[in-house]
Design a protein around this ligand. Structure first.
Ligand code: CA
Length: 496
């Protein structure tokens, strides 16, 4: 099986390179893919944040395009990264949970490298390669240079693995990863275009800011989101069963101090939320500062004009909505991921796209930007025409989502479909459904599944859900048995 897929990859590669690279070196754009970890669109001012100003990330919107409706196919760190590299859903790329990636399969960076791109990966990888006894399992491949954090990595003085060699670097990780991104570009061969994956660890839990940004937010009092006191009335049991509630599941390492004596109930919940937001936003502010530093570096090098700079996160995140922190659920705050793209040579400044985009589309997008077609195994579709302002009449009208991981935070496995107006979610282990009318109820407060007025909508969406499941070849490959969690070392054998 492995040999067969490698042979096909090699054949496709020969064809792609023959089609794509001839005579184009020198005019093809550089591609910088900046991804942070757990950075919700609600914490980016270009998306209308009420919480924070992010002027540097916003630059990408004012000088390029903002995607309002970009979603992930499985809202969790490791699986999302595998989807991005393979252009395939979790059930086909083999990474439904926290398990290492099979790096023998076709990956976007291998195609780009073979087509003449100088390729690099710095920062959080989280797909394997960190276990000293099995260093080959899931390690980065297809990169001319890589320097990664093992697993989740540390916020301060991180241990890093540079091309297989371990070393500790002093400093704050967000600054260090940016330094590595800059160094990669400084040291590149200038006769080739480059592809750089520049991945921040921040603002992942447990949200440890550096001193400068911690102080900036130490007295900050965040506004409360509209669904902060969601009581889950009328919903499935999944929200109640999940252990990611602001009022009772944040631990001492999250809030980092003891609550004032005598606080309880709504006051304690508010205090937890304030502590959470102070640290989360401080971490985001540091990411934003560093992106500013990186964009200024590109300006100084004269690289801005023909470099595609993308900013995204591996998924969205709950910032107190529905009384949650974390992600995983198919609800909007977790499902949606920010996507901003700047390419001054081709993308119109201040443009906005509202089509349904997916992280599944990123690999085909990079390849098309490099002049390469989408390989047959990839399931996404290039976003490049949308970026260039070309309306696509046959663009997708619905997206398919599936979450597997039962372990951390006890979120029940589910899958579902989202259109531009509705969302149907099936928690199949609980055999419970939810339906939301995103036009009338964009914050997903009312489950309309049992409402007779929506019977026709439910029927139609169930058909669409099965159609998507079939189209994407989801044959419940991991429904009853997920791989061992060997990236975070939790050792969970299977889905209970
Ligand atoms: Ca993440």
């Amino acid at each position: 099986m492995k040999i067969a897929s490698r042979t096909i990859f090699a054949l496709v590669l020969v064809l792609l390179v023959a089609q794509g690279s001839e005579g184009q070196v020198g005019t093809r754009p550089n591609i910088v893919f900046i991804m942070s970890d757990d950075h919700a669109a609600q914490a980016i001012s270009a998306y209308g944040s009420r919480l924070i100003q992010t002027p540097n990330i916003d630059r990408l919107a004012t000088e390029g395009m903002l995607f309002e409706n970009c979603f992930v196919t499985n809202s969790i760190c490791t699986p999302s990264r595998a989807v991005i590299l393979t252009g395939k859903y979790s059930h086909l790329n083999g990474v439904p949970v926290f398990n290492h990636i099979d790096n023998n399969q076709p990956l976007v960076q291998k195609y780009l490298q073979a087509a003449g791109y100088h390729t690099g990966m710095v920062g959080k990888w989280h797909l394997g390669g960190q276990n000293p006894s099995t260093p080959e399992l899931g390690k980065p491949v297809g990169f001319d240079y890589w320097n990664i954090l093992p697993g989740q990595g540390a916020y301060f003085d991180p241990l890093m693995i540079e091309m297989g060699t371990r070393k500790t670097i002093k400093g704050y990780t967000t600054d260090i990863i940016t330094d590595l991104a800059i160094k990669f570009i400084e040291k590149r061969p200038t006769n080739k275009p480059f592809f750089l994956m520049y991945h921040h660890k921040a603002p992942h839990r447990n949200w440890q800011p550096d001193e400068k940004h911690r102080r900036q937010y130490e007295n900050y009092v965040p506004p409360i989101p509209e669904t902060f006191d969601d009581d889950y009335q009328g919903k499935s049991d999944a929200s109640r069963l999940a252990t990611m509630h602001i009022d009772k599941d944040l631990n001492e390492s999250d809030v980092k101090m003891k609550p004032p004596a005598g606080l309880s109930g709504a006051e304690l919940k508010r205090w937890n939320f304030t502590r959470y937001m102070q640290d989360y936003l401080a971490c985001v502010q540091s990411v934003d500062d560093n992106i500013g530093r990186f964009l200024e570096f590109l300006d100084r090098q004269g690289l801005s004009e023909n470099t595609i700079v993308i900013y995204t996160s591996d998924q969205g995140f709950f910032l107190g909505e529905h009384n949650f922190y974390d992600k995983r659920f198919m609800y909007e705050e977790s499902l949606r991921t920010p996507l901003l793209v700047r390419w001054p040579r081709k993308i119109k400044a201040k443009s906005i796209n509202r089509d349904l985009a997916l992280n599944l589309d990123f690999a085909p997008t990079f390849l098309q930007a490099a002049g390469l077609p989408t390989p047959p195994e990839m399931q996404g579709r290039s976003l490049l025409p949308l970026m260039l302002g070309q309306r696509q009449a046959d663009w997708r009208k619905s997206i398919y989502y599936r979450y597997y991981h039962p372990g951390h935070h006890n979120v029940a496995a589910h899958y579902g479909v989202r259109t531009t107006s509705h969302k149907l979610i099936y928690f199949h282990k609980l055999d419970q459904w939810e339906l939301y009318d995103l036009v009338k109820d964009p914050r997903e407060k009312r489950n309309e599944y049992a409402n007779p007025a929506y019977a026709a909508t439910v029927k139609r969406l169930k058909v669409e859900l099965q159609r998507l499941k079939k189209e994407y070849r989801d044959e419940d490959q991991f429904a009853d048995k997920v791989p061992v969690d060997d990236v975070d070392g939790m050792g969970r054998p299977a889905n209970p």
